[in-house]
Each structure stands twice: as structure tokens, then as C-alpha cells.
Design a protein around this ligand. Structure first.
Ligand SMILES: Cc1ncc(COP(=O)(O)O)c(C=O)c1O
Length: 399
């Protein structure tokens, strides 16, 4: 009973955190942002019209729509921001039922003006779905009252990008609208009554997601949101933007380093993606991890179309054809550092020192450059301690 009571209060915590109104909106608890976005995509699937996505989207806010019907993709400006003129043109050019847009890119941290986009979408009779995975723990979000033209209809995010354990997420969605749909995943918990030939579906948060929920995960997510609220989103933003400003400006000014996305730190969250000239992103990330104990992510960050454009790759037909044929190919990408509330200015300086060292080819480990798996150095040194990992027995090179 205690667990059930805590669980039942999770939706209230989420609603309060985002300024949602539980008399008109429902919070659905899911396992990750992807499943929350897919639920929204499902909810809109019977409507007429196109889903407008953007080139900034994580695949999770693109592929669910592609599999259900026609989509069109809004492009970016030269520096990697959303092209608002293209958005307006595409809204004018066709009947649009949904605009699916991220609140912040997980590649560049750039924040599209979601309320302005909501106004434009609503003026055309479309709804807006906002992917809040990246923004949730880093910037204040208010969904606004449902009769405000700039309000957000659907908002998805996950606890695991907000300091909670993995496996708990949510979708905020319009209540009456969701209650009018057939359940997304019918099963235990989604009904009021079942006879041998009839079903009476329940309403609200239980209608669409059958099965046992992740009870401890959801409670932990609510705890994480309480924690963020207690620290204060404004304080968090203030701290993170100061560190981002240093990281972004210094990396941008560094010879031999290319940083992606708009230059203005105030338009971004603390996400900085970059490449070091002549050093594969796998290798740079492995050195940062193994030798500097700096955890980064590298690759395309589940946002391939955006990366292709940011890296100015042009036509990628050949790469796609190679992969389709089952052959191996050199995959593009970048290294991403993410700044959080626990980071300090000293850590940013330390990161910058290490990026310079890598640029100047001053790392200690020996990495097998023939195998793609750079992440396992044959040996490496960290703070004077020599480490060793499973040797491939192959010739290794140091570049
Ligand atoms: C912007 C964005 N959207 C969606 C996702 C997918 O989230 P999840 O792993 O919770 O499905 C991520 C994951 O990192 C993300 O950064």
C-alpha cells in the first residue's frame, strides 16, 4: 500500500514539475522516452495529415512517425539551428497533423523555440509533440495552460536523463483525446470490466499501458524531480551555462578542434560535440575515458541526419549502400561532453587540457588502430599507474 501510494503520486509530481493540469491532461508512465514518443505517435496515427519532424531529432522522435505514415523533415540553418523559415513553409505547403520537435538537441544542446512553434502549429490545426529527454534536468519547462495557443500538447521525457535510475519515463498528453482512443497496449490494468465477449476500457493513466509498471523506477524518477526542484532549475541553469560558456568558447577557439552547432551558449544546454583534427572520434573518446577518466559519448548520438549535416557529409548514398550490403564501413561521428550540476570549473579546465593533449598527440596508451574497437587499449597509463587490458596480440600503433 505504501508503494502504491507513492506510485500514484508520481503523476502529480511530474505534472507539478511541468505545470501540467491533471484535470485536462494525463501523465502516462512508460519505460523510456522512446516508448512515450511512440505512444504519442500512435495517438495521432488515425488523423489525416503529415507529421512534421525536424533534422535535429533523436531517432526516437522521427522513426515512430515514419512507420505510421507520411512525414516531412524541417531542415537546419548553416550553423545547426532549426530553420524556422523552412518550418513555416512546410506548415503552409501541406496539411500537417503533428509537429514533432525536440526541446533541446542531444547533439548540440540547441533549444528550438517550442512555444512559438506550438503557436504556428496550432494556427494550422496541428498538435505539437515535444521531446523533452535532453532538457528535463537542465532547464525550466512550463507546458502552459491548454487554452494558451503556445501550449504543448504532448511532452515526453525520461528519469534516466535526470539522475534517476534507468527504465522510467512519461508522456503528458491531452486527457479527453487519449480517453477516446483504443488502448495502445491492452492488458492487465487497462480495463474496468471484461466478460467473455466484452471489454470496458478504463480511462486516464491506466488506459493505454497494460502490464506491471516499473514501480520503484517511477518512484525514483519522482524523487529525482523533487531533488531538481529543490535545487532549483534556475540555479541549475545558471551553474551549467557558466561552465558551458567556458567549454564552448574555449573549444571553439582551439586550433585543430571543430565544435558543432550554434555559437551562442545562451541558446544551448550544456552539450558540446566536437572533433579533433585527424583523431577518430572513437579514439578521442577512448583516450578521454581511459587516460583522463572523462566520460564522454561519441558516434552519431542516435541523430544520424543531423550529424550528416553538421559534419557536412553531403551525399551519404555510398555509406548507406555499403552498410545495406552487410559490409563494414567507417562510421562518422563526434565526441560529446555533457555538463551537469555536479561539474566544476576545474573539471572544465581539465577537459580542455586533455583535448589539447590529444590534439598534440600526447597520450600515453597504445591503441590498436586496425581494429575498430579503440576503446580497449592494449595498455595505458593513468596518473602514473600502468594498466593493461586484454592484448589482441596484434601489432599496435601509436599515432
Ligand atoms: C533528445 C533525446 N530524445 C530521445 C531519447 C531517447 O530516450 P530513451 O533512451 O529514454 O528512449 C534521447 C536519449 O538519450 C534523447 O537524448
Amino acid at each position: 500500500m505504501i508503494a502504491s501510494d507513492l506510485f500514484d503520486r508520481v503523476t502529480e509530481t511530474v505534472a507539478e514539475f511541468l505545470g501540467a493540469d491533471l484535470s485536462r491532461q494525463t501523465v502516462f508512465l512508460t519505460t523510456n522516452t522512446t516508448s512515450a514518443l511512440d505512444l504519442a505517435s500512435y495517438a495521432m496515427s488515425d488523423r489525416e495529415g503529415v507529421v512534421l519532424t525536424t533534422v535535429l531529432e533523436h531517432h526516437s522522435n522521427d522513426l515512430p512517425h515514419r512507420r505510421r505514415g507520411e512525414t516531412a523533415m524541417v531542415g537546419m540553418t548553416e550553423d545547426g539551428a532549426l530553420d524556422m523559415e523552412d518550418l513555416k513553409a512546410k506548415l503552409d505547403a501541406q496539411p500537417v497533423k503533428l509537429v514533432a520537435v525536440t526541446a533541446a538537441s542531444n547533439v548540440t544542446g540547441w533549444m528550438p523555440p517550442i512555444h512559438e512553434i506550438a503557436r504556428l502549429a496550432h494556427a494550422k490545426g496541428a498538435k505539437i509533440l515535444v521531446d523533452g529527454a535532453q532538457i528535463l534536468a537542465h532547464h525550466h519547462v512550463n507546458l502552459r495552460p491548454v487554452d494558451d495557443p503556445g501550449h504543448i500538447d504532448f511532452f515526453a521525457a525520461a528519469g534516466h536523463k535526470a539522475y534517476a535510475p534507468f527504465g522510467s519515463a512519461f508522456l503528458v498528453a491531452p486527457q479527453g483525446f487519449m480517453d477516446g482512443l483504443e488502448p495502445y497496449l491492452p492488458g492487465g490494468g487497462t480495463v474496468l470490466a471484461v466478460t467473455e465477449d466484452e471489454v470496458v476500457w478504463t480511462h486516464g493513466a491506466d488506459r493505454h499501458l497494460g502490464g506491471t509498471p516499473n514501480i520503484p523506477g517511477a518512484i525514483a524518477m519522482a524523487k529525482a524531480l523533487d531533488f531538481l526542484r529543490d535545487v532549483g532549475l534556475d540555479a541549475i541553469r545558471h551553474h551549467e551555462i557558466e561552465l558551458t560558456r567556458i567549454a564552448l568558447n574555449e573549444l571553439r577557439a582551439m586550433d585543430g578542434v571543430e565544435v558543432y552547432g550554434p555559437a551562442d551558449p545562451d541558446a544551448r544546454l550544456g552539450v558540446v560535440s566536437f572533433n579533433i583534427d585527424g583523431v577518430h572520434h572513437d579514439l578521442a573518446a577512448a583516450i578521454l575515458n581511459n587516460e583522463a577518466a572523462i566520460a564522454t559519448r561519441n558516434g552519431c548520438f542516435c541523430a544520424h541526419p543531423y550529424l550528416h549535416r553538421l559534419l557536412r557529409m553531403g551525399d551519404v548514398t555510398e555509406l548507406v549502400a555499403t552498410l545495406k550490403s552487410g559490409k563494414d564501413a567507417e562510421l562518422p561521428g563526434a565526441v560529446r561532453v555533457s555538463i551537469g550540476i555536479f561539474n566544476t570549473p576545474e573539471e572544465v579546465e581539465y577537459l580542455l587540457r586533455w583535448v589539447r593533449r590529444i590534439r598534440d598527440r600526447q597520450w600515453a596508451g597504445h591503441y590498436d588502430l586496425d581494429k575498430r574497437d579503440y576503446c580497449k587499449p592494449v595498455f595505458f597509463e593513468f596518473q602514473g599507474v600502468r594498466g593493461q587490458s586484454g592484448s589482441s596480440g596484434k601489432e599496435t600503433s601509436r599515432v
